[in-house]
Design a protein around this ligand. Structure first.
Ligand code: FO1
Length: 320
């Protein structure tokens, strides 16, 4: 099946790895670039790299970013120089990725071309597509700070503590990349991964052309709830949802995404513990099914992926 997935970094990568491991599917993963930043003169793309490293089996899943077993010699040396934003730690192997990316961008290659080149090192079994080739960074406006700060500064330096008044997307009026647009148009199933709705999925939806591409694509759109029993299992998604006034519940996020038409979703997959919210979600005009969504082992990630693909097949069959 031809599948396009809209995803962020770590949580999204668990799902995409499970989906890839099913085999047999033609997968395009459209990845958030809102977290991308210039650090020490290099372009760092945390969500693309989390996806690439996880799919390649070299991700540091204990720490949550970068390469497993990486050393910190360059970072230590930069500290000696008292250079750059040292609240953001870069490993030596990871820096090699950023050097290749930055050099190619400076030569005039698009981020899509650069990502293809970086991913060609491994047999990932998917195509990773930056959501945009434009600079589409997320910034965060916090009343307690002097003016908006880059998402990474809010997330890493301030540990998402200063209360955000708003999240600011696409300062440069960025648009969905051509490759991502084609992936959506040609997909038989579009999946919204269980990533942070506010800082991973929203920056993709906010790009010029995304909403239209999704509204007009022939494929069913199935989302997976990142909330289990009123909690976000990874990251600080609850802080982000609360900041924009969205209830931290499976139904709350479903309502935020909305039903296909004005909104996004044909179907919303929720965890078994949230099965009680299914009637509320159906009342929003969104088909919903409960299943096991916690991906604490690769086997469980594969099972969730298989359930979502099978649901997508059923929805596609209903359309024909
Ligand atoms: N997260 C941290 O909490 N501290 C870091 O020093 C840090 C460095 C870092 C370097 C490269 C990279 O790709 C990601 C990195 N992250 C770090 C993770 C990242 O800030 C966020 O978790 C994601 O952007 C949110 O999805």
């Amino acid at each position: 099946m031809r599948i396009a997935v809209i995803a962020g970094g770590v949580g999204g990568a668990r799902f995409t790895t499970g989906l890839r491991d099913l085999g047999d599917h033609d997968l395009s993963i459209i990845v958030n670039v809102g977290d991308d930043a210039w650090m020490d003169g290099m372009r760092v793309c945390p969500d693309l790299d989390s996806q690439m490293y996880a799919l390649a089996g070299v991700h540091d899943s204990d720490r949550g970013w970068g390469r497993r077993g990486d050393s910190m010699r360059i970072d230590t040396e930069l500290r000696e120089w008292d250079f750059g934003a040292r609240w953001f730690t870069l490993g030596d192997l990871d820096i090699a990725t950023h050097i290749v990316r930055t050099a190619m961008l400076r030569e005039g290659k698009s981020l899509t071309e650069v990502t293809d080149r970086l991913c060609s090192r491994w047999d990932l079994g998917v195509r990773l597509l930056p959501a945009s080739d434009d600079c589409a960074e997320t910034w965060v406006d916090c009343p307690d700070l002097d003016g908006p700060v880059h998402f990474q500064e809010w997330w890493v330096r301030y540990r998402a503590c200063p209360r955000p008044a708003s999240f600011l997307f696409r300062p440069g009026d960025a648009e969905l990349s051509g490759a991502a647009r084609r992936a959506v148009a040609q997909a038989e199933l579009v999946i919204v991964a269980p990533s942070n709705p506010v800082v991973s999925i929203d920056p993709i939806l906010a790009l010029r052309g995304t909403r239209e591409a999704l509204a007009t694509c022939p494929a069913p759109i199935v989302g997976i709830s990142p909330i289990v029993g009123g909690r976000v299992l990874r990251g600080m998604g609850d802080v982000c949802l609360s900041a924009i006034g969205v209830a931290v519940s499976a139904a709350g996020v479903a309502e935020y995404y909305g039903a296909r038409g004005n909104g996004l979703l044909d179907s919303w997959v929720v965890d078994d513990v949230d099965a009680g919210e299914v009637p509320e979600i159906k009342a929003l005009g969104i088909h919903s099914v409960p299943t096991m969504t916690v991906m604490d082992t690769p086997e469980r990630a594969r099972r969730l992926a298989a359930t979502v693909v099978s649901l997508g097949r059923d929805l596609l069959a209903c359309r024909h």
